[in-house]
Design a protein around this ligand. Structure first.
Ligand code: ADP
Ligand code: ADP
Length: 229
């Protein structure tokens, strides 16, 4: 991805702004944090980028192409989406949870199993232990790792992460943040990461965008931001 541009994006629910006249440029390869209080429009912004919802006004460009011109299913196959409540399929093994989309895309079983093993290694879950477990045999932190692995299955150039560590206890949360910090470089993707945790934002973000009341109020590198609590 070279760039993502949000131009004059507005989304209303019941006549009140969820996102108001948002202008935002996301640079290729960066990890951009979207931070702000609950209800400030962060999730709505992410969901407009992957076409789960359509803006009322404004346009979104990926590599200078209006995303309305893309087929939304194809677009989403190129975007990894990780949410707090990852929603693994309970009746499927970890192997099949991670391999589902590759399978639908026609990959062979060998290709799928190789990919799933690589991804499990990447998120520090030894494949020999985890491949054929079911989600309810995993802890919350382990499920979250599987959620990340599943989002990476199709090698998406763009990752959208919505409070991925939000449901974890503070110690596990810190551990996953540290790990994510390390793999971020290796991943080399464009990542938009929603959080309301300032510490997390400073730890992970290349740039931080602060939202409040449906508006973008500040954006910059961590060292350039001004806080007026
Ligand atoms: P954040 O992610 O920052 O917590 P959201 O983007 O989820 O904020 O929500 C922004 C605003 O839009 C909130 O006031 C929320 O109540 C409202 N909103 C979001 N989704 C819906 C929806 N589907 N129906 C009605 N209101 C919604
Ligand atoms: P597919 O699901 O595409 O047929 P496989 O042929 O690899 O994939 O496996 C068939 C099913 O058997 C899969 O759903 C998988 O979860 C399960 N399975 C394969 N190997 C093992 C194993 N060693 N232990 C437990 N379950 C396995």
């Amino acid at each position: 991805i070279d760039s993502i541009q949000l131009e004059n994006i507005t989304k209303k629910y019941n006549n009140s702004f969820a996102v108001q006249d948002l202008n935002l440029e996301i640079h290729g390869g960066e990890l951009l944090i979207l931070i702000g209080p609950s209800g400030s429009g962060k999730t709505t912004t992410l969901r407009m980028i992957n076409q789960l919802i359509e803006p009322d006004e404004g346009r979104i460009f990926i590599n200078n192409q209006d995303i309305m011109q893309f087929d939304s299913v194809k677009l989403r196959r190129n975007i990894g989406y990780v949410i707090q409540d990852i929603g693994l399929f309970p009746h499927m093994t970890i192997r099949n949870n991670i391999g589902l989309i590759p399978k639908l895309e026609g990959w062979s079983n060998n290709e799928i199993i190789d990919k799933v093993k690589t991804l499990l290694d990447f998120v520090s879950l030894p494949p020999e232990q985890f491949l054929y477990r079911y989600p309810n045999q995993l802890s919350g932190g382990q499920q979250q790792r599987v959620g990340l692995a599943r989002a990476l299955a199709m090698d998406p150039p763009l990752l959208l992460m919505d409070e991925p560590f939000g449901a974890l206890d503070p110690i596990l949360r810190r551990q996953l943040q540290d790990e994510f910090c390390r793999i971020k470089q290796e991943l080399g993707r464009t990542i938009v990461f929603v959080t309301h945790d300032i510490e997390e934002a400073f730890k992970l973000g290349d740039r931080i965008a602060i939202m409040d009341g449906a508006n973008l109020i500040q954006i910059g590198k961590p060292e350039d931001l001004i806080f007026n609590p």
